[in-house]
Design a protein around this ligand. Structure first.
Ligand SMILES: [Zn+2]
Length: 408
């Protein structure tokens, strides 16, 4: 699925489908709103009659609404501005993590409607689904004034089959071949449900973000370091999925042949060196990596606590973070050598210590990248407050409406 670039695109002409023109119009209204019909006609390089026809359809379907009138001094008329009708419908975003699951509700352009809520993730999938259903119902009930829910987007820390909605393997959850979709579909018959790997969804949300600074990057990698490591790769504006939707699992690329045990069952994976659990283990001087992350939550010491200790002058805590930083940089160097992205986005709790670890990360990248320019690949930190994984879940619902359809 490729994004329509609102600055450079080809308007569909005679013979191409009405659907393409609708999606281009929606994309342009989202990028330029408030926008008048005359401006939209200019942007689409088409005539007013075509625009009137197109907009009447979108108004009738409730996808676009008319708002304030503007000034058009040149022509002495007062055009009515067009907006996406984003508030009538909502999307429910769900971020499933090893320890807790987070929920957020947004309108159709991704603006948050309700406070983010969370509950502990049950290790047993059946119990987990029962709790999830109850909480989604509550959320929809609390927002009854909204006309409808356009979709539920779920991101999971594991490999997923996007057609069947099965979680093929989520090492940090201990789930293999879990069918999330069928029981949820039974409960929410009228609402489309999308399930995706969290790293891929984070990458998607970056190409779909409405911020202006992201339009330039057609080649990007999103790396999320948390209980596990999720990676999403975008090349040429398109998310790389591979044959089984498992492409980009850099977290399980070996950093050492006979290294630390990883949650996936193998040894020496990058994840086993940089996950939150790995960093905290390093501080305590024992390997907790074979245990599930929730064992650590019970232990009541998180990577945020560790960062706090490092800031307070605990040399052991700082040393643990610095070693994670070095391993993080070595793995990023492999990704840069393999993909050569224009930008790397880095999310996860460890980024709260970015000012403490950036030199170690950069040194390790510089040490292992194959040419000097690769060593300077820009890294943008995506802070926890931007909720990258929940944003990724939202994108699963809202992005398809703004996608460039495949033209045969
Ligand atoms: Zn692994």
């Amino acid at each position: 699925m490729r994004k329509i670039n609102p600055r450079s695109f080809k308007t569909a002409t005679r013979g191409t489908s009405r659907e393409i023109n609708r999606q281009i119009a929606l994309t342009l209204i989202r990028a330029h709103q408030p926008v008048s019909r005359a401006d939209l006609a200019r942007l689409m390089e088409t005539n007013r009659a075509n625009i009137t026809f197109l907009i009447n359809d979108l108004l009738a379907e409730g996808l676009v609404r008319e708002g304030a009138t503007g000034n058009d001094a040149k022509r002495g008329r007062r055009p009515t501005f067009l907006y996406l009708d984003s508030q009538q419908k909502c999307a429910v975003a769900i971020d499933v993590r090893a320890t807790r699951t987070y929920l957020m509700m947004t309108d159709m352009i991704g603006q948050q409607i309700e406070n983010i809520s969370s509950f502990p993730t049950e290790p047993d999938p059946e119990k987990f689904i029962a709790t999830l259903v109850r909480i989604i119902r509550q959320l929809l009930e609390n927002n009854r004034e909204i006309a409808g829910c356009e979709g539920i987007g779920i991101v999971v820390p594991g490999m997923t089959d996007i057609k069947t909605g099965r979680v093929l393997h989520a090492p940090t959850l201990g789930w293999q071949n879990v069918d999330l979709l069928t029981p949820l579909r039974k409960e929410f018959e009228d609402i489309p449900i999308h399930i995706e790997n969290s790293g891929k969804a984070c990458a998607l949300s970056q190409i779909w973000a409405t911020r202006s600074d992201v339009h330039a990057h057609n080649d990007l990698v999103f790396v999320s370091v948390s209980d596990g490591v999720g990676v999403g790769v975008v090349i040429g504006g398109e998310l790389i999925r591979g044959r089984h939707n498992t492409a980009g699992e850099f977290g399980h690329l070996p950093l050492a042949i006979d290294g630390l045990p990883c949650s996936c069952g193998a040894n020496g994976c990058w994840e086993a060196y940089i996950s939150n659990l790995a960093t905290v283990s390093r501080y305590f001087g024992k390997n907790l990596a074979q245990r599930r992350p929730r064992a650590l939550e019970t232990a009541n010491f998180t990577v945020e606590d560790l960062i706090g200790k490092a800031r307070a002058g605990d040399a052991k805590a700082l040393a643990a973070l610095h070693l994670t930083a070095r391993y993080l940089g070595l793995g990023l160097a492999s990704i840069i050598n393999a993909i050569d992205p224009s930008q790397i986005y880095l999310g996860g709790e460890i980024t709260e210590a970015w000012d403490l670890i950036e030199p170690q990360v950069r040194d390790a990248i510089m040490e292992r990248t194959l040419i000097r320019d690769l060593g300077a690949t820009p890294i943008r930190i995506v802070p926890a407050i931007e909720y990258p994984r929940l944003r990724g879940a939202v994108a699963l619902v809202t992005a398809p409406a703004f996608a460039a359809p495949k033209v045969a």
